[in-house]
Design a protein around this ligand. Structure first.
Ligand code: PLP
Length: 411
């Protein structure tokens, strides 16, 4: 596998030419959202300029072209994640909506009081709050699995938590804070041994490593377009077709019906059943272009690059006094690095870095239970992608030394 030609890839991202506060932009917030390559921007322009119309309804040429492109995007997603059939690929707004869809369509339909959903302490709120809403309505019990001493999900604790009432294990593929890959093969085996489903939150995975939903043993998998180089407003829920087909609709409206009378409706087959209303058409076309782009670069090479940058950042930051790092080390960790400058609020760290053109995130990263487990309120977080260079990490380290020393003198 060839190394990424990062300097060439950087030319694919026009925004990286920007200066911020008179310094070159160093964008280290790809875990929050990715920048968009020209291929995606061009695909949007081309679609809006030449082919745009509403889908699935019109007998005219433009609508047929738009429909073909929308459905081609679905097929592209299916190939990208190795879905057995495109019918099991549902377009949603984002990973959050995908999980809510499962909580409503599956959870409200299938669960009874006392049933259990197992999550981990390291989930994004998007994979906690929908279950809380369901729990309040259905008297379902949410059970959380802690981290082990090595900073990864404690799989022994998970084995002890999963039991005869477990109906779903819902967990992340790659943690948005710790950067670590969850051991989904073992988790799938544990879930399936008791007849529970495995829902995987792939928001931080799909743009970073090859994803094969069948090989993972997932029953459902969600991700957001805006984290894979595609536009906002488009996301994907994949679920095994026989499951999806057994769930009632989540939202009602146009496009998802078979017949409607004033009194009642019957519903379309999947995936249309779960796509009420006009979908994010151009955004799906943009997602298609983004997935083509990622395949062109190569997911294995991106993952190797991510891991190398993560390792390099940890090595450089560990060498500094006054910086606390979080998360495990190892080959199962990608390019997400949470840290704190001792005695300095992470928001102050992020603001000071911004003044030097460096974009990092600060806060609880929508992972308050994990923050509690780590014993902090919040952290700063640098996150990398295929366009990130070692030189940018060096810039981060240099500026962190300045920030640390400034606050030490002015404390
Ligand atoms: N899950 C994880 C692991 C995430 O990192 C995020 C976003 O940061 C989400 C879910 C939610 O993604 P979205 O806001 O695009 O729905």
């Amino acid at each position: 596998m060839a190394d990424l030609d990062v300097m060439r890839l950087r030319r694919d991202f026009p925004i990286l030419e920007r200066r911020v506060h008179d310094a070159p932009l160093v964008y280290l917030d790809s875990a929050a959202s990715t920048q968009k390559p020209t291929a995606v921007l061009d695909a949007l322009q081309d679609f809006y300029r030449g082919h745009y119309a509403n889908v699935h309804r019109g007998a005219y040429t433009l609508s047929a072209e738009a429909t073909d492109r929308f459905e081609a995007a679905r097929a592209r997603v299916g190939r990208f994640i190795n879905a057995p059939t495109d019918r099991s690929v549902v377009f949603v707004r984002n990973a959050t909506e995908g999980i809510n869809l499962v909580a409503h369509a599956w959870g409200r339909h299938e669960l009874v009081a006392g049933d259990e959903i197992v999550v981990t302490v390291a989930e994004h709120h998007a994979n906690l709050v929908p279950w809380h809403l369901l729990a309040a309505e259905r008297k379902v019990v949410i059970r959380g699995v802690p981290l082990g001493g090595d900073g990864r999900v404690d799989l022994d604790a998970m084995a002890a938590t999963i039991g005869p009432r477990t109906r779903m294990v819902a967990t992340f593929h790659v943690s948005n804070v710790l950067g670590v890959v969850n051991d989904l093969a073992r988790i799938a085996a544990m879930a399936h041994a008791v007849g529970a489903l495995l829902l995987v939150d792939g928001a931080q995975a799909v743009a970073h490593l090859p994803v094969d939903v069948q090989a993972l043993g997932a029953d459902a998998y969600v991700f957001s377009g805006h984290k894979v180089g595609a536009p906002t407003g488009i996301g994907v829920l994949w679920a095994r077709e026989e499951l999806l087909s057994s769930w009632p609709p989540f939202m009602g409206g146009g496009e998802m019906i078979r017949t409607v009378t004033v009194e009642s409706s019957t519903y379309a087959d999947v995936p249309a059943r779960f796509e009420a209303g006009t979908p994010a058409i151009a955004e799906a076309v943009g997602l298609h272009a983004a997935l083509d782009y990622l395949d062109g670069v190569g997911l294995d090479a991106i993952w190797a690059h991510d891991r190398e940058l993560g390792r390099y950042a940890l090595e450089r930051l560990q060498a500094l006094d006054g910086i606390t790092l979080y998360g495990p080390e190892g080959d199962d960790r990608g390019g997400i690095v949470p840290f704190n400058v001792d005695g300095v609020h992470p928001h102050d760290v992020a603001s000071a870095l911004d003044a030097a053109g460096i974009a990092v995130r600060a806060g609880h990263h929508c992972a308050q239970p994990l923050m509690s487990a780590l014993g902090v309120q919040s952290t700063a977080r640098a996150s990398f992608w295929l366009h990130t260079t070692h030189g940018e990490i060096d810039r981060l380290v240099e500026e962190l030394v300045v920030v640390r020393d400034f606050f030490a003198v002015n404390a």
